[in-house]
Design a protein around this ligand. Structure first.
Ligand SMILES: Cc1cc2nc3c(=O)[nH]c(=O)nc-3n(C[C@H](O)[C@H](O)[C@H](O)COP(=O)(O)OP(=O)(O)OC[C@H]3O[C@@H](n4cnc5c(N)ncnc54)[C@H](O)[C@@H]3O)c2cc1C
Length: 533
């Protein structure tokens, strides 16, 4: 099959968390031709493979795209960032591998999406995983993506925190993905032998020599092409060149929560009033394209230690970072080879709630936000908590018809009573631990939010000042059984033929986890849906 052809069975737009998995699986069949289009370029930056490299890659315009949400009333415009290039956001993310809670997947199925219940997604997760703790009924081994969970730590801060957390009623567990209770443990990460596991090096690299898989990098899809109601291909830009590609069977959009609704809208599929304002002719009235977006929002606490303990000592200056870098190169070990957050907990906002509704992540060093994101020079610990199943909806729409124009992101948080209650409790739950011994005696003071922030209202105000997006937005092309759901449960875009969305935007709710694992499972299961269509 000629690699420079323009017609393929399937065209996939976006090589990220879902698109790369889908391309790899569809091209397992030698008789099926697949074109995977990615707007980011080929990058051989070693920082993409070194776990702590994300401190550098997140600052790169080549490896990420940073959008600006509409300003909050305070005037602060929250940055929403996504990865670009092979692997998409999985190449630059925090590497936390959290699949979510069974009850959320079962709720998806009960809401009319039978393909997405736990009994369907668990086998997909298990097939994807090559878990450092070995196979079990809840884990996979031998799959393409290495998942590692440290079994211990030599960091004194980590030990102090674990001991205090257990006293606060957060049970220590070896595998946080194995059950959905209140618990703390080492963060499961997409890291294997000290190397980041993006969907680029786990799914695309092994498939790259297949003659039936073409990967077009540096190529940005601007519009869908139609023949009547049927989507027959895409219009793309490669540098200065415009190229039309044709799909014999289907076009699949895997451009992520921000770009997927924009591509649909620019192509005439969306909410009439949005399209008319942007100067796009309406082809299909799809009122929920770009609507129903749900993002999590973090509330951080940082404590300063009296003694010089923790990884701060190892990473607090350029010289120490270089020394740790050299150690990593020689041994693949040390703080450079670990994920963003060493510890993670799933916590109930109050004793009355049935299952954890807050996720906590912790680094055994403080962070310095004064000039971007850097490890602090002072010994401390950074804790971030966020509600994992918020209800408040945001929206993402095009601002005008031209490909590449900026989105209008209306980022909303805490507008729902439950969201306010849960988020308002986060700082208290973190202090449940920092006030326990042995940690309490080590703490000199709480750097932020500071002891003066006590009530739920004060915490919510602090959470908006500015707090942070968690990069997990879902829902802009959400699935469902109803006529106004953007895609059907088998991910076909309603109102047209030959078009699906396969990425994290199809989730109508947060599933209580991080979103890389669900994005991979969506790509994995979508391949079965497409092959069996
Ligand atoms: C900074 C950051 C930290 C994160 N941390 C974590 C974490 O620790 N754990 C976790 O589970 N999740 C994390 N996430 C989220 C997770 O990585 C994403 O939810 C997941 O990768 C989503 O997969 P996706 O396929 O929907 O989109 P993406 O992975 O974002 O992929 C979309 C791809 O489509 C490409 N694309 C977009 N538009 C076009 C176009 N028009 N033409 C061609 N290509 C296009 C993009 O360049 C990109 O490569 C993080 C995300 C970010 C950004």
């Amino acid at each position: 099959m000629a690699k420079n052809q323009k017609t393929y069975d399937y065209i996939i737009v976006g090589a990220g968390g879902s698109g790369a998995v889908l391309a790899s699986r569809l091209s397992e069949d030698e008789g099926t031709s697949v074109l995977l289009i990615e707007r980011g370029g080929k990058s051989f930056n070693p920082m993409l493979y070194i776990p702590k490299g994300f401190f550098f890659t997140l600052k790169s315009d080549k490896l990420t795209t940073t959008y600006s949400a509409e300003p909050f009333p305070s005037g602060y415009a929250e940055p929403w960032q996504r990865g670009r290039g092979l692997g998409g956001s999985t190449a630059v993310n925090g590497m936390m591998y959290v699949r979510g809670q069974q009850a959320d997947y079962d709720a998806l199925a009960a809401a009319g999406n039978p393909q997405w219940g736990w009994e369907r997604v668990l086998p997909a997760f298990r097939a994807i995983e090559d878990h450092s703790l070995g196979a079990s009924a809840m884990r996979g081994a031998g799959g393409p993506v290495g998942i590692s969970v440290p079994e211990d730590s030599d960091d004194e801060t980590v030990r102090l925190f674990l001991e205090s957390a257990e006293k606060a009623g957060w049970e220590y567990v070896a595998d946080l993905n194995a059950q959905d209770q209140q618990q703390i443990g080492f963060t499961p990460s997409t890291i294997k032998n000290g190397i980041r596991q993006s969907t680029a090096n786990t799914f695309l690299w092994p498939a790259r020599r297949r003659k039936n898989l073409t990967i077009a990098t540096g190529t940005s899809v601007g519009l869908l092409r139609f023949d009547g109601r049927r989507v027959v291909g895409v219009k793309a830009r490669q540098g200065e060149r415009l190229v039309d590609y044709t799909a014999r069977k289907e076009v699949i959009i895997s451009a992520g929560t921000i770009e997927t609704p924009m591509l649909l809208e620019r192509s005439g599929i969306g909410r009439g009033e949005v399209l008319s304002k942007a100067g796009v002719a309406l082809r299909v009235e799809a009122p929920n394209v770009g609507e129903r977006v749900i993002e999590q929002h973090g509330v951080a606490t940082q404590v300063r230690f009296k003694r010089e303990i923790g990884h701060t000592l190892a990473l607090s200056s350029k010289t120490k970072q270089l020394a740790q870098g050299a150690r990593y190169l020689l041994t693949r070990e040390g703080p450079v080879g670990t994920a963003g957050y060493d510890l993670m907990a799933h916590v109930r906002s109050s004793p009355e709630v049935q299952r954890p509704d807050i996720q906590v992540v912790a680094t055994p060093f403080g962070l310095d936000f004064s000039a971007g994101l850097n490890p602090s020079e002072e010994p401390g610990m950074y804790l971030l908590g966020y509600q994992i199943r918020p209800n408040t909806r945001s929206s993402i729409h095009i601002s005008d018809a031209s490909p590449g124009s900026s989105p209008v992101i209306q980022a909303n948080y805490f507008q729902d009573e439950e969201d306010r209650r849960v988020t308002g409790a986060i700082v208290d739950r973190l202090r449940d631990v920092t006030s326990q011994e042995p940690l309490a005696s080590e703490i000199a003071f709480e750097e932020f939010p500071g002891r003066e922030v006590r009530t739920s209202e004060q915490v919510l105000k602090f959470a908006h000042s500015p707090g942070s997006t968690i990069y997990h937005a879902v829902g802009s092309a959400a699935m469902g059984p109803n006529d106004d759901d953007v895609v059907t449960p088998d991910l076909r875009v309603r109102g047209v033929e030959g078009l699906r969305v396969v990425d994290i935007s199809v989730l109508p709710t947060q599933v209580s986890g991080n979103t890389a694992a669900p994005a991979m499972a969506i790509g994995w299961l979508a391949a079965d849906l497409i092959r069996n269509a």
